[in-house]
Design a protein. Sequence first.
Length: 390
Amino acid sequence: MNEQWNDGGEQPSRRPFIILLLLISFFHLILPDSLASGYTTAVSLVGLGSASLFIMMARKNYRDYEFRNLSNAFLAFTSLFFMAELLQVMLGSMDFLHLLWLCGYALPIYACWKTVIKYGEYLEIRNFIITTLVVFSIAIALLIPIGIATSNSMLYSSTLKKTIALIYPYLDTLLLLSLLLLAQIYHRGKLELYWTTITVAIMLFTLGDLMNATAIALGTSAFLNFFASFYLLAYLYLAYGFGVLAKQKKKDTLMEPGRLYTVQQLFLINNPGLLMCYAGRQESQIDRDILGGMLTAVQNFIRDSFGGGEENDGESLKRLQYGGLEINIENGKHVFLALIVDGRGTEILHQRMRKTIQHLENRYEHVLKDWDGDLAGTQEITRELEYQFL
């Protein structure tokens, strides 16, 4: 259940590397003004360029569809920011560059919220409400007064620049909220550390934009170099998060959230009710053959008793519950898969079960269709089931 996202093993201390990132991000504060500007620009380009490169490497390493969608969104985010920084060096500060920065937020916000909605069953409603209220309470308490002062500030003479300065913190807040919710969904999942790192990076963006908006509201630019350090650290942290991920081994179930259940035992049973494959976390006292026959009989009884009519064609028993244990069932053409789980089985689990059965029946149809009772012929199938669910 608590499988580590980096395939186990003792993780090396990240403290020295994080200290190095802090030193790089704040080093420009001790440089002369003539050098500080060039230094911050160079670090920004290196951080954003590295993040884009690592995102492409990580995206290439994993075939997971959900992960690729989010990777594409963050790739657009870092690429647009990199392009805006580069054009600013070449052309100077221009209004359309600020619009380019704003456009960078669109895809990650959309992709993150789409993922939050898809995996909503993994998010406790209490956590969702608390997180949303806290984030928006902070937004209302800080951003509205800053926004009013910013609109009256003379530091930005252009209405467009004032509007952009107002929008930035709100976009940060919206993206930060979605990442905080994703971090809760992926708590104890394979990407818990990854999401924590990305969330910290966006927190740094938010803090930098809040400080920048405050400076604009006060009509001063005296501390802009200090605020820039938070942007630099955010860029480097994004690169760090995707860089670590790019080094990991491939996983087919990379984007699976932290589970609400633990699979204790699995049974693959053919339509006549014979047990073909079994695996469990510990030795069970259950008579496996009797359980296989019982599940087959119960499904047949329910189908015969309640399944009349074309509207129920193909339907079957999905779940049996006893105390804290559940038996989750999915049927295929030749076999059905039953998982005994401790906790609550989810729709995502049933989707994985259906995909697994479809894969097994496509790959091992010659074994499953006319099984002769030889358990040696199903050992490879058992290993695949163990990899997927235990």
